[in-house]
Design a protein around this ligand. Structure first.
Ligand SMILES: *Cc1c(COP(=O)(O)O)cnc(C)c1O
Length: 471
């Protein structure tokens, strides 16, 4: 399997060449040069496999530069009951007739990002050892991503994590999750500023190419292909649980932000998994809903990006969206460059409404979308608690509302549960008047000793800190 860039750079690259990379050198995103096709005989073979074995089957179609036995061992080591809380890893439960929740958030940080990040941690450790290299991951987080990265990389050989976060702005639970990690290779840097300051610092450090090279600075952001690939697996696992045979279509609804999760669904569908509809659920930050309704993709300014009660979906642009547009427009790298570098770069928007391909987003690719508000979330959380005695988090609530707007008779609808309610307790209290249950392993974490340093919002100070803490 070879990988290419959405903006036309077709230098053939293998999986491990792009594993530790972010953007392609031409500013595009990496995609495989084709989608391996999965026929009904293969689906029949895969149905009933344990999750780690299914993961191996899917991944091995895209990774041919890691020996099969090693890849198998990495999958087996990643997807365990010990780490993900259940033997099924992503158990499905029926909520109402034909509507299911697929639990993706029973990993160490209680959000679906663990599904990919845990694998990434093991892949990074493996590949760095093979090359005899080290990597220092620098990131900015306002919550979910940073903690998922830290729990995936803790104790890993060859990897250090330097994670900036806005001091005092994460919930007490989120701070406790990250700052209670005592592993020597995890560095929490609380920055006196807001999330944008943290992002600016990461950019400033990454733009200093000498520093970046000398200190082997890398990232684990959501455009990483390996993360997306790991997410493809649970569409297969969800499909098998929601259907009795491999000729039955199943739909998925995905609470969306950077379009990574639902893009993995798109990849599964392109491989031939019988997915009927892919519903993109957004909150008030409706960049994606606007595109799928109108054909206009319009990036929001910081001032137009809302802080909502489903904060992991608060985006101004959807960084993985370019991957889908590449497929939608017939994989035309020059056209993608003109759209994303040209029009989007200059005007902050592009308009595909007049392009015949736009209609195919729905007809050929199965995409639909919906948008929710804070009031919708509260209503959905209350209704789900009352009618089904089931507590859902705010992001999953956005998904459930969207799912009900796009049901097809006779087609099961799987809503991806992307986080557990305890992570967003304030909104649960607002909706229900009481705190959500807390899994036993998180009781009292706020009282644990914290390992964090406070730094000013200054890239030089952060660079000095990194330099001093690289052996
Ligand atoms: C990251 C995240 C999302 C959005 O996922 P994308 O892949 O960015 O679309 C949704 N819900 C939760 C809880 C998340 O952490």
């Amino acid at each position: 399997m070879r990988y290419l860039s959405t903006r036309g750079d077709a230098t053939p690259r293998k999986f491990c060449d792009i594993l530790l990379e972010g953007l392609a050198p031409d500013g595009g995103l990496y995609l495989p040069d084709h989608y391996p096709q999965v026929d009904s005989a293969t689906l029949a073979k895969w149905r009933g496999l344990p999750y780690h074995a299914l993961a191996f089957e899917v991944l091995s179609l895209y990774i041919d530069d890691i020996p099969a036995a090693d890849l198998k061992a990495l999958c087996a080591k990643t997807y365990t009951e010990d780490v993900f809380g259940t033997p099924d890893i992503v158990p499905l439960r029926e909520l109402e007739d034909g509507v299911y929740l697929e639990a993706l958030s029973n990993g160490p940080t209680l959000a679906f990002k663990d599904m990919a990040m845990q694998l990434l941690g093991n892949l990074f450790e493996y590949e760095l050892a093979r090359r005899g290299e080290q990597l220092n991951i620098l990131g900015a987080t306002s919550g979910d991503t940073g903690s998922a990265a830290e729990y995936a990389m803790r104790g890993k050989q060859g990897v250090r994590v330097f994670m900036t976060s806005p001091e005092g702005r994460m919930s007490a639970f989120q701070q406790a999750q990250m700052f209670s990690l005592q592993d020597a290779n995890i560095h929490n840097l609380a920055i006196a500023g807001v999330f944008d300051d943290c992002q600016d610092i990461v950019k400033a450090v990454s733009n200093d190419l000498d520093f970046k090279r000398k200190y082997k600075i890398g990232t684990v952001n959501s455009i990483n292909w390996a993360r997306l690939l790991a997410q493809v697996v649970y569409y297969f696992a969800g499909y098998f649980q929601a259907s009795a045979s491999n000729d039955k279509p199943v739909s998925f609804t995905v609470p969306s932000g950077n379009f990574g999760n639902v893009c993995a669904g798109h990849v599964a569908r392109m491989m031939g998994l019988p997915i009927h509809t892919l519903v993109v659920a957004t909150n008030e930050n409706d960049v994606l809903d606007e595109f799928f309704r109108t054909g206009v993709y319009r990036v929001r300014a910081a001032a137009d990006t809302h802080e909502t009660s489903s904060p992991s979906m608060d985006i101004s642009k959807a960084s993985n969206f370019e991957r889908f547009v590449f497929d939608l427009l017939g994989r035309d790298g020059a056209r993608l460059r003109a759209l994303f570098e040209g029009e989007l770069g200059q005007c902050g928007r592009f308009d595909l409404s007049a392009d015949p391909a736009f209609a195919e987003a729905a007809t050929r690719f199965g995409f639909r979308s919906s948008r929710s508000t804070h009031a919708d979330r509260l209503a959905t959380i209350r209704d789900t608690d009352k009618r089904f005695a089931t507590l859902i988090d705010t992001h999953t609530a956005d998904g459930l509302k969207a799912a009900r707007e796009h049901l097809t008779p006779g087609v099961p609808m799987v809503v991806l549960e992307t986080a557990l309610p305890i992570k967003f307790a304030e909104t649960i209290v607002e909706a229900l008047g009481h705190e959500p249950d807390r899994p036993a392993r998180f009781v009292g974490i706020e009282a644990l000793p914290k390992r964090v340093v406070s730094l000013p919002a200054d890239a030089h100070v952060v660079k000095n800190y990194i330099a001093q803490h690289c052996d």
